[in-house]
Design a protein. Structure first.
Length: 155
């Protein structure tokens, strides 16, 4: 029985423990005139950043930071609204082999967090008087692999 308990203690653990908004900004610089504009054809200027930091031996904070500027193309790229969001979570990552830890934080953690980040951005755009801003799904595996390739080229 003690051998089974030892195996359970050594098993990898991956769990989101707490999710929270670190920073949220919504700007509606051209209200109310922008609401009267006809034929809004939005163009999206989108930037995404991922971050992580170690909190203690088994806990890590993973952060998704987005900046989205939505422009009305028919009105000379007039800014409709801007969303800036820093959304984070604390993850318990225990007994994860060191060679896999970075990939877990760059792929698996953001995959769990992103749907909630997307919902927050959508809701704040609705609360600002616009249609829901629905971010496209993000391929975090491809982002990670591209970053690793770039890193390899630099070395």
């Amino acid at each position: 029985m003690t051998e089974e308990k030892a195996k359970q203690e050594e098993a990898p653990v991956f769990r989101m423990q707490k999710m929270y908004i670190k920073d949220l900004s919504f700007e509606n610089p051209n209200a109310p005139v922008i609401f009267l504009a006809q034929g809004q054809e939005p163009k999206v200027d989108f930037n995404l950043q991922l971050g992580n930091k170690k909190i203690d031996d088994d806990h890590y904070e993973v952060t998704i930071s987005i900046t989205a500027k939505i422009l009305d193309q028919k009105a000379d790229d007039t800014v409709m609204f801007v969303v800036e969001l820093e959304h984070a979570a604390v993850f318990l990552l225990k007994n994860i082999p060191a060679e896999h830890l970075l990939r877990v934080m760059a792929v698996d953690c953001p995959l769990m967090l992103f749907p909630f980040t997307r919902q927050i951005a959508s809701q704040v755009s609705v609360d600002g008087g616009f249609m829901p801003f629905l971010m496209e799904p993000i391929n975090f595996v491809a982002l990670y692999e591209n970053a690793q390739q770039e890193k390899g080229k630099e070395n």
